[in-house]
Design a protein around this ligand. Sequence first.
Ligand code: B12
Length: 255
Amino acid sequence: MLDINPDRILVRYNVKLEECMTPEEAAEELYPADEMIRPITRAIFEGDEDEVIEGLQRAMDSGMDPLYLINEALMVGMEIVSRLYDEGVIYLPDVIISAHAMIDGIEFCKEMSHIPLEFNKGKVVSFVVEGDIHDIGKTIVTILLRANGYDVIDLGRDVPVEEVVDTVKREKPLFLSGTALMTTTMHSFKQIKEKLEQDGVNVPFVCGGGAVTQDFVSHYDLGIYGEEAADVPKIADAILKGLSIEQLRNKFHRH
Ligand code: B12
């Protein structure tokens, strides 16, 4: 018989016994400390639409700006959901419930932000690529552009390449804003760009979303990469001022 001392095995393999956390406990550690923001992020995680709206209303009553709350409360809540999903702590049905609460929250902020009725700075076509239904980021891009006076034609999600190309040809926007969250779908950007080139349409193509990288976008002559939805109105203003693609990349790309 082997003479095994279990204590020595634990020491040798540095085995650490961790207590299991519930998803709620794991999330609790990630919520921000701010007493106005924290309940909103918790309500996003729990997928409780009513709590999201109540939390937003309380925060707005205390003087917080609705667009600030999209970035600093709703998106922070969704980042916690994304992180715990990526870590395998929660599952797809949980994400779907949180996504619905997030969308309701965005809608509420949009209503409360009193976006100007005049969108006179220029036309923008915004869409999520074919095969991709992740539209939360795109919705934020649209709201921020409208809040900054742009007339946004929002084509929605899972938009066929042809529809994007036809809309650009018909509407002649200042630029095209595309979102892709999956490595399998972002190749639509390439097809759109090729079709536009074939038809001789030159329109700046601003691309973003989880799966997209600056390298990937830089392969298109007219491609400009942005990391955050909040970058898009800044890029829009710079395009409006007449900056060239090179100048735009110098200004907005990471070096
Ligand atoms: C929410 C979510 C869902 C929701 C979507 C709800 C909705 N209406 O959007 C649901 C549950 C439906 C879903 C489904 C699926 N999902 Co999902 N989902 C997510 C999750 C957890 C969060 C995404 C999100 O909304 N984030 C919050 C928003 C605000 O972020 P965002 O969209 O990236 O936008 C930010 C920036 O990218 C930027 N931005 C966005 N657009 C633009 C545009 C421009 C021009 C610029 C400059 C910037 C910009 O601005 C925002 C921040 O400021 C991610 C995980 C992750 N880590 O991202 C997975 C994730 C995207 N999903 C994934 C997958 C695989 C799926 C499914 C295939 C799962 C399945 N097995 O069925 C399906 C997809 C079906 C389909 N055909 O599309 C994978 C994709 C993997 C990959 N790299 O290809 C991810 C990364 C999860 C993972 N780690 O595996 N999902």
